[in-house]
Write a protein that binds this ligand. Structure first.
Ligand code: ADE
Length: 229
């Protein structure tokens, strides 16, 4: 898979893309991630990427020309399965969407910043309008990173068997995984559930299924009915 990210703040991605499983996925050749600095495509005297909004109002708007230049260049080089435009009014991202994107060959993610992007960019190129949630961020970079993280771990061969994504929470529709524990078996009087220490795999499986069911019920109460924990 190839992911192209277009952003006004490329430095944002330096740490996350060079850490943990995302780094490994790139190292194994399972995913190539390219971060494009919008400023490299601004050619006026001051290399301006933003300007005041037509009609007045607060904030700055990312200009149309640098986006057109980089997006048209990338699109002339390969076909994209999806061109994602990040925005608070998009479809809220979830595991189902992560699964969908993980099957794609080429994805482009266009990060909004400041007040937003001149809407002609969305009109011309966006196939998907995606939001990280119903709150406003400084830009779409966090969502781009969330997407890359959740997608890369689903690409076959990125995780090893012991890390398999198959029993992740949400991987099976709306289902939360069981709690997990490691040594010591007792810490400050708090004990790990006995069943996990006994080596009976059938019983462990049953216990995990039961826990998963309970946690899913609790999750539904909190997230769908507004209950507090
Ligand atoms: N940019 C600002 N807020 C956002 C959000 N909630 N989702 C995606 N992009 C954003």
């Amino acid at each position: 898979m190839r992911v192209d990210i277009i952003t006004a703040v490329p430095e944002f991605f330096e740490g996350p893309l060079n850490s943990s499983i995302i780094k490994r996925g790139q190292g194994k050749g399972k995913v190539e991630i390219f971060v494009h600095n919008l400023r490299d495509y601004a050619h006026d005297k001051h290399r301006m990427i933003d300007d005041k909004p037509f009609g007045g109002g607060a904030g700055m708007v990312l200009k149309v020309e640098p986006f057109f230049e980089i997006i048209e260049k990338l699109k002339s080089e390969r076909d994209y399965d999806s061109v994602v435009f990040t925005a608070p009014h998009g479809k809220i991202y979830d595991q189902r969407e992560a699964n969908r994107y993980s099957l794609y060959e080429n994805i482009m993610i266009i990060c909004g910043h400041y007040k937003g992007i001149d809407d002609r960019v969305r009109e011309a190129f966006a196939t998907d309008l995606v939001s990280i949630g119903n709150y406003v961020l400084t830009g779409g970079e966090l969502l781009a990173m969330v997407m890359v993280d959740s997608i890369v771990r689903l690409i076959p061969g990125v995780l090893n068997d012991s890390e398999s994504a198959l029993d992740d929470s949400f991987q099976d529709g709306e289902s939360i995984g069981a709690p997990c524990y490691t040594r010591p078996a007792e810490f400050r009087g708090m004990k790990v559930p006995e069943v996990l220490l006994q080596g009976d795999h059938g019983k462990v499986k049953e216990w995990r299924a039961e826990q998963s069911k309970n946690l899913t019920e609790i999750w539904k109460k909190i997230n769908k009915n507004g209950a507090q924990l």
